[in-house]
Design a protein around this ligand. Structure first.
Ligand SMILES: NC(=O)c1ccc[n+]([C@@H]2O[C@H](COP(=O)([O-])OP(=O)(O)OC[C@H]3O[C@@H](n4cnc5c(N)ncnc54)[C@H](O)[C@@H]3O)[C@@H](O)[C@H]2O)c1
Ligand SMILES: O=C(O)C[C@H](O)C(=O)O
Ligand SMILES: [Mg+2]
Length: 617
């Protein structure tokens, strides 16, 4: 635990004289309603309006839980059934209805409707059943919901900025009813999970991510904003579908695209200068170009590149301990990463940052030599190693250079001593990797041959098929354990059940998804009001999560706390990110003398409890 005193010696922004500004950002004035204790959002809510609007406002409604006194003072007496039911009864009803839904998609639709009626109750049920419901409101069901979004559409949530809004965005941002927005998750829907271009249907992804920001990260529901940038879609099925709700033209590209994004960033930051923007599910290379353009100008990060990198690094660091080594042994790993897009390159950059920070490699170049990267054509290797095209050599006949050149970020991983486009199977034979990462979006890329070969050389092969949703994972948990005789250390992007092994033991699965990192990052950034999101924050996030599993869990191949403990993970990560923000001088919030950071973070986190509502004209 870090107290203010210690922070003051490390950071450069703490000053008692400006302590009155402390946490003023949490003391937000709200468009229509004022709260007497906005920092905690917990005491009494004072409102200037009353009547049926309160009942129909999901941020305020309590449904049947309004007390008689409240019904009287809010002028809603008679508008709800006579018996007041506390939240425990409401939860019972919600859970029964939820359990009666026959498919995950039906559960998704049911929960979305609850979200739109009563956010407090929505978050209560999500938090009480996080393990079960994260898989509904988030990955993997959110993938199917995104594909079906135009069919299951009921009510709008968040904001859409489309190609027809150019020139209007600075005015449009004022249509959002809340003056305080702490976190925005924005997508252009161009690469939704491993499902490709889903255009405006991508909205379900920011909504799902922000639900976790609230449930796990403790961000207040009224302070989150999901956004779709509808720059068109190249998904012909959607364009042909009469129910599709997005713009009916191909995607903007080039200067048109980048100037569109620029207008949006300017509009958003002019109304909410200190909001955190999470770029989500942008296709390669836009994802990288946007990050490079904005990371040093505004408070933003790319989830697929950076928070994926944190959690994957955490998984590898924890796996080192689970294999009886220390985290400092990272640079002795031989890692194969299949997938050279946003996530693949992002994850590997994070691993390299950590190797360099640990100081066991002489240079960044040496760190690159530890990681072998493949794209859809095979290894990023040396084209010169192919024999000249020769009719008698089948390998030579097959070789075609890639249609597009590797960019600088990918080129760093080229292995000049190995043949370009070598298959995964052949590479595993040559390199005998300790870790296999999958970030391709393609089911089956981890073949039985490759995994069995890897398992020949290592007692505990580390197999991470990280692509989402589950139907797009590079291999299943069942396959990984079968092909390694139950010895794999397994982590996947989407949840897989533990596997019953033939020897009676259980093959433990882990979910390695950026949902372990972004909620805590968002909490840390919000509490510290950091003006930038820095590489160190991601590195420290990884280290924090890597240290959470107990020795007994590690021994069994459990790398992270379970999904039901995401709030605990986020509080730890949030505290560490706050510390880094203060240490690096990016924090703009002020701590009162004597405040303990971990306690400030914990007490700032939203809890879904009903608060008495008071009408005051
Ligand atoms: N677990 C997580 O938290 C997490 C986070 C981010 C992304 N992902 C997943 O990673 C996947 C990729 O995301 P992205 O943003 O990097 O996408 P991307 O389109 O930028 O990259 C995909 C990469 O996979 C390569 N590829 C395609 N087919 C291949 C094949 N058959 N063999 C080898 N390589 C192949 C492509 O060449 C490309 O380099 C998605 O499924 C996404 O859901 C998971
Ligand atoms: O959304 C997820 O589940 C993780 C990640 O952001 C992805 O794009 O797959
Ligand atoms: Mg994503």
């Amino acid at each position: 635990m870090l107290s203010v005193k210690r922070l003051a010696t490390k950071g450069n922004v703490l000053h008692k004289a400006v302590a009155q500004r402390s946490y003023s950002h949490l003391n937000a004035s709200l468009a229509h309603h004022e709260y007497s204790d906005p920092r905690h959002d917990k005491n009494v809510h004072v409102m200037h309006s009353r009547g049926v609007n309160i009942l129909h406002d999901p941020l305020l409604s309590k449904g049947t839980a309004f007390s008689i006194a409240e019904r009287e003072r809010l002028s809603i007496r008679g508008l709800v059934p006579p018996r007041c039911q506390e939240m425990d009864k409401q939860l019972l009803r919600v859970k029964r209805n939820l359990d009666a839904c026959e498919t995950p998609l039906a559960k998704f639709v049911f929960l979305a409707a609850l979200h739109d009626r009563n956010e407090t109750l929505y978050y209560k049920i999500i938090m009480e059943h996080l393990e079960e419901l994260a898989g509904i409101i988030y990955t993997p069901t959110v993938g199917l919901a995104s594909q079906m979004s135009h069919s299951i559409y009921r009510r709008s949530r968040g904001m859409y900025f489309s190609s027809q809004d150019r020139g209007q965005m600075s005015a449009m941002v004022y249509n959002w009813p809340h003056d305080q927005v702490d976190v925005i998750v924005v997508t252009d829907g161009s690469r939704v999970l491993g499902l490709g271009d889903l255009g405006a249907n991508g909205m379900q992804i920011p909504i799902g991510k922000l639900s976790l920001y609230v449930a796990a990260g403790g961000i207040r529901p009224r302070a989150v904003l999901p956004v779709v940038l509808d720059v068109g879609t190249n998904n012909q099925d959607l364009l042909n579908d009469p129910l599709y709700l997005g713009m009916s033209h191909p995607r903007l590209e080039g200067e048109d695209y980048y100037s569109f994004i620029d207008e949006w960033v300017t509009a958003i930051t002019s109304r909410w200068p200190d909001t955190l923007i999470q770029f989500e599910d942008f296709k390669y290379p836009h994802a990288y170009n946007l990050l490079a353009k904005y990371r040093n100008r505004i408070t933003c990060f790319n989830d697929d590149i950076q928070s994926t990198s944190s959690i994957t690094l955490a998984g590898i660091l924890a796996s080192l301990k689970s294999r009886g080594m220390s985290q400092e042994d990272l640079s002795s790993e031989r890692i194969i990463c299949v997938g050279a897009g946003s996530a693949g390159v992002g994850v590997c950059e994070g691993i390299i940052d950590c190797m360099v920070a640990q100081g066991r490699v002489k240079s960044r170049e040496e760190a690159y030599s530890k990681i072998y990267m493949l794209d859809q054509y095979g290894l990023l290797g040396n084209p010169g190693f192919h024999p000249p095209n020769n009719q008698d050599d089948p390998q030579s006949k097959q070789y075609q250079p890639r249609p597009t050149k590797l960019d600088d970020r990918q080129y760093c991983y080229v292995k000049h001593d190995l043949r370009d486009q070598m298959s995964l199977e052949e590479l595993v034979r040559q390199v005998k990797p300790t870790v296999l990462l999958g970030l391709t979006g393609i089911r089956g890329v981890f073949s039985e041959e490759a995994v069995r070969e890897m398992a020949k050389h290592h007692e505990r092969p580390v197999i991470f098929p990280l692509s989402n949703p589950d139907t797009h994972a590079e291999c299943t948990a069942e396959e990984a354990f079968k092909w390694t005789d139950g010895r794999a250390i397994f982590a996947s992007g989407s949840p897989f059940k533990d596997v019953q092994l033939p020897n009676g033991k259980i093959g433990k699965t882990n979910q390695c998804n950026n949902s372990y990192s972004f909620p805590g990052l968002g909490l840390g950034i919000t509490v510290s009001r950091a003006s930038r999101v820095t590489p160190n924050m991601f590195l420290e996030t990884a280290r924090t999560i890597a240290d959470m599993a107990t020795p007994a869990q590690l021994k069994e191949g459990v790398l992270f706390p379970g999904v039901s403990q995401l709030r605990e993970v986020a509080l730890n990560v949030g505290t560490r990110v706050c510390e880094v923000a203060f240490q690096e001088g990016y924090a703009t919030a002020i701590l009162e003398q004597g405040e303990i950071l971990s306690e400030v973070v914990r007490s700032s986190a939203y809890e879904p409890d009903y608060v008495p509502l008071v009408y005051h004209p």
